[in-house]
Each structure stands twice: as C-alpha cells, then as structure tokens.
Design a binder for this molecule. Sequence first.
Ligand SMILES: Nc1ncnc2c1ncn2[C@@H]1O[C@H](COP(=O)(O)OP(=O)(O)OP(=O)(O)O)[C@@H](O)[C@H]1O
Length: 357
Amino acid sequence: MSIIVKQLTRRFSPGGSPAVSDVSFQAPAGAITSLLGPSGAGKSTLLRLICGLEVPDVGRVLIDGLDCTALPVQKRNVGVVFQSYALFRHMTVRENIAFGLNVRRLPRDEVEARVDEMLRLVQLEALGSRHPGQLSGGQRQRVAFARALAIRPRVLLLDEPFGALDTRVREELREWLHELHERTGLTTLLVTHDQQEALEISQHVVVMSEGRVAQAGSPEDIYDRPASPFVASFIGGASVLRGHVLEGRAALGSLALSVPAAAREGEAVHAFVRPHDIKLARSVSAAGAGERTPFMGRVERFKPVGGFVKVLLRMPSGDEVTVQVPRSEFEALGVVEGDAVRADVLTASVFVGDYAI
Ligand SMILES: Nc1ncnc2c1ncn2[C@@H]1O[C@H](COP(=O)(O)OP(=O)(O)OP(=O)(O)O)[C@@H](O)[C@H]1O
C-alpha cells in the first residue's frame, strides 16, 4: 500500500508563494516514511493534501495505486493522528476507539472485539473506562493511535504525533511506535521537524524546504550524502567552512579537501563539517591519508553537555567550527580557552558555487 504523490501544488492565496510546490515522492509500502523539514516547509499541508483535508490546485494523490485526489477524507480509509490529541473529552477511552467503527455501523460485538484488540495493541487494556482528562499526554496519544488503527486503515498518517510531549516521553513513544509498526507493518507517513526522530524510526526520509522536496532517500543517504547545502546544514548541525577551489582542491584556510570533478579553479566552496566529524589533538604532525587533513584552530570556548564537551574553534580563515568531543577525551587533551589545537576533519560535504543557506 504505497503512497504516491505527483506534482502536488497548493497555494493558499492567489499570487502568493505556494505552501506546497510541485511535490512528487513515493512512500514505500510497509515502511515508515518521514516528511522532515523546518517550520513552514509545507509538511503539514502535504499531509493534509494526502488525507483529503486539503484539495490540491494541481497534482494527484495515489494510495495503493488508487487515485484519491477527488475523494473526501472518509472515503480514503486513512488513519490520522495529529499533535493535539483530538480525542473526544466526554467519551471514555473505549468510546473514543470505537468512534470510527460506530460511524461505519459495525455490529456491536464486532466493535467491542476490535476495541479490545486495539487496547491490547497500544498496551492500555486497564484504562478503557477512563476519560481522556484522566490520562497522561503519552497515554492520550496511544489512544489516538488506537482510534486511528481501529478502522483498519490502508495507511497511517501522523502529524508531529509526539510534538506536544516532553523529551523523555517522546523518546519512549518513538521506540513504542517503532515496535507498533513492526507488528502492524502499515505504510506510515510521519511529519516531523525532529531530524533525530526521522533518522531513528524511518526507512525513508523526504526532506522538505520552502514547499519543495529538497532530497528523498534512506536515512543513511540523507545523512551521509546530502544533496544540497540546505540538507547538509539542516541535518546534523554542521558548521560551514568557506573557501575556494585551488589546484583542483577545496582550499579552506590551511585545509584542503577534494571537490566535485566539475569544479572550476577559483570557484567559491563551502564545506559542511559535523560536530563529531572532527577529532582534536594537541600535537601538530604530518597530514594523514585522504581527507584526514589536519589544521589548526583556536579554542574560543567550550561547554560540557552531558557526556560530551561542545568546543567552539576559530579557524585561521575566521570561520567558527563546533566540535563535539567525548568528555573523557576532552579532559585528557587538557586544553583551555585560547589554546591552539590540531583538528582532523574525518569527513565533510563539499559544495561548490555561490548560494545562500
Ligand atoms: N490554512 C492556511 N492558510 C494560509 N496559509 C497557510 C495555511 N496553512 C498553512 N499555510 C502556510 O503554508 C506554509 C506551510 O505551512 P505548513 O503548516 O504546511 O508547514 P510545516 O512544514 O508543517 O510547518 P510546522 O512544522 O511549523 O507546522 C506556511 O507558510 C504557512 O503559513
């Protein structure tokens, strides 16, 4: 049951810039696909176009091969969970889960059996007679999942389902969703602005920016091979080093990295380096193999954050680079603010040409 969207465009005001612009992608059958992007990228609008709450100006939505573009929400047979719980406060948990089944006028014993099954699935068997006001935020979201799944939807659409919860509950539910998906195998589309969430639980990621698809691929593709400066800077908190092409290499201060074959001499270069892709050392020795080119930086400041120390380096070019060092490693280095350190870049994404992030 894949979801395919073809050239979807939705403009809210005539002449204004579209919230979703010429978007095409496929959410593979049986997988969790994340729609990932910053606020305002068009993720929720895209999800609403897929579930039928919005109508596209142009384009098509196909679910399991069936063109649903003109179908109303209730005919699409999709399960939807939003960030705000959207449970009926005056109904018990059981009644909430049964809602979609009662609308479909299923026999009473069938409804009761399905509600029991859903309560077991979301591990809330003991709470069926409570009202939403008597549940924690995490429990309410599990009820919302049970209600969405009760109707045996063809696909599951989730709009920041854990967005209103605190970090610990969010992480617990992320794991829970992963297990739930293993059991149901349902094609799932998850809207999130949290890259950690997207990389952790999805098999396919669609990165959105300004209403368009910036890149689509596996979490490894997105992380290891960002297709554009936007993706490189959005995923993984990379620092940018600016320089130019010199003798076929990217010259970035005292650092030289390989560049795409098409790069012209003198062209502007931006290298994106992630905080844990730099290794710090006190001594200065010869360059390592390949990309492991050492360069010098000055420690501007550092701050322990949990098991890591966040170090801000100032490069000879003036660029600032954030480095993340395991705490024990940093303590062994014994550097203080103002010290010069050697920094080995383990890997970087290099882009050539002028652009604005
Ligand atoms: N009903 C609406 N009327 C007018 N403009 C809208 C409407 N819904 C969304 N927009 C605009 O469309 C753009 C995309 O919004 P959308 O909510 O889809 O983004 P998003 O990526 O889901 O952001 P967030 O993560 O903040 O929810 C924004 O500029 C938003 O202001």
